[in-house]
Design a protein around this ligand. Structure first.
Ligand SMILES: N[C@@H](CCC(=O)N[C@@H](CS)C(=O)NCC(=O)O)C(=O)O
Length: 227
């Protein structure tokens, strides 16, 4: 991984990821890049200092969200779309199963985390709760824990039924769903969610976190980590 702060001429070979160490959507993409052994340039954008909301950054992603991936002339947003793009261009190892049902299932589990847990607990949501609706820090924590616990309750039931050996959420290799689980588990710990009702998810996440590609993508392993 290299750091690049200044834009460079488009090079079709270069992958450039706009990332923040604690951004779980960026964390998903970092895992995918590592699993596929892809070199990339990291451009760090600090969310707390609103570096994702500058004019230059909004020209890359008008949503004002990380991650953004540049690949030559191509600029991509939305972590799940980015990961599918990488999976199509660099298929080893495959992160989406070949069989249509398993493929749909992996996407559903990933979306259960990305859309049903992560989206309502995102920074801009909690900022709005605080600034526009006058909620205090305790209320923000309760809000985030509520959505994480609701989502994890459903996910735990699915994992108990479908995970073999508690190593992956689905089947016996890493899928897109696992790339979403580990960052969400990091967030859950940060929000001090009681994880005792979710032993299957904890076991799967612990196994995944021990894999080198996941460990190298962890927030603490990022050069921009400031905690
Ligand atoms: N659905 C988007 C979510 C992206 C997202 O929410 N990114 C967060 C960091 S994890 C962000 O940039 N938040 C900035 C904000 O909320 O102001 C994706 O999967 O890429």
């Amino acid at each position: 991984m290299k750091n690049a702060d200044a834009p460079r001429p488009a090079d079709p070979a270069v992958l450039r990821l706009f990332t923040y160490f604690r951004s779980s959507a960026s964390y998903r993409v970092r895992i995918a890049l590592n699993l596929k052994h892809l070199e990339y340039e990291a451009v760090y954008r600090h969310l707390r200092y609103d570096e994702h909301l500058t004019t230059a950054q909004l020209s890359l992603n008008p949503e004002g969200l990380l991650p953004v991936l540049q690949h030559g002339e191509v600029t991509l947003t939305q972590s799940l779309a980015i990961i599918e793009y990488l999976d199509e261009l660099f298929p080893e190892p495959r992160l989406l199963p070949a069989a249509p049902a398993a493929r749909a299932h992996a996407r559903a589990l990933a979306q259960s985390i990305a859309c049903e847990i992560h989206a309502p607990t995102n920074l801009r949501v909690t900022r709005y709760l605080k600034s526009a609706l006058g909620q205090d820090q305790a209320a923000l924590g309760a809000w985030s824990r509520h959505w994480i616990e609701a989502g994890f309750t459903a996910l735990e039931a699915r994992a108990r039924a479908e995970s073999s050996g508690h190593r992956f959420l689905l089947g016996d290799s890493v899928t897109l769903a696992d790339l979403c689980l580990v960052p969400q588990m990091y967030n859950a710990r940060r929000q001090q969610v009681d994880l005792s009702p979710f032993p299957t998810l904890v076991a799967i996440s612990s196994h995944l976190e021990s894999l080198p590609a996941f460990a190298a993508a962890a927030p603490e392993a990022q050069p921009d980590c400031d905690i």
